[in-house]
Design a protein around this ligand. Sequence first.
Ligand code: MN
Length: 251
Amino acid sequence: MTSISPRSVDFHCHLDLYPDLRLAVLACEEAHVATLAVTTTPKAFRRNRDLTRQAHYVRVALGLHPQLAAERASELPLFEALLNETRYVGEVGLDASPNHYAGFTEQVRVFRRILMACAKHGDKILSVHSVRAAKAVLDNVEELLPPGRGRIVLHWFSGSLSEARRALSLGCYFSVNERMFASPSARKVVSILPRDRVLTETDGPFIERDDGPIRPGDVSKATSDLAGLWGVSEDAARVELVRNLRELLVP
Ligand code: MN
């Protein structure tokens, strides 16, 4: 992501959940958006990787989504086998919302295995989901993935202010999307983040706009919302966000 100069950053997008993965990759390439293409199962990784081999701006993360972790725990060995093929891991994490709480114990087991594997490899960057589970995510990160062994980017963080402060003290980054600005509590969390720990994301295609799902790499609204919060121009916010990405990627 650092070899060329991106215009903006989408650090969490499910390119393979759009109708045409090739077109989704192309959209990010043409707009020069440094994009992290997260995946939800290890089996999805290879196709994403194969379709992004020539990409300048898109990188693929190896994932095992917490909402699928309980039923796909059998793919953990595949996850571990593929881990040396990418520096990026995601979407991983924990989800304690009512629909997923039944499998929470299994989610924790899977997430811990992933954190241990990442710590063993070293130098991985993880995009982490933490819905209703910020404390459990941070407890496991603190125990198993010290800052010298990997980096955490908390995606669409919905934890409390004190949990956000704890995450900052553990070295975490935050990828922020436009929907967070519609929630007073999430907005408050974003407002306390040091600017140099912030990235943007779309979480496409899961964010809906009036005319359909958010487009891959379209962080324009998240960027302008951050610019407003920071009291800077959109261009200045973009420059800051790209700088943050470069800093995150320094080994
Ligand atoms: Mn996601």
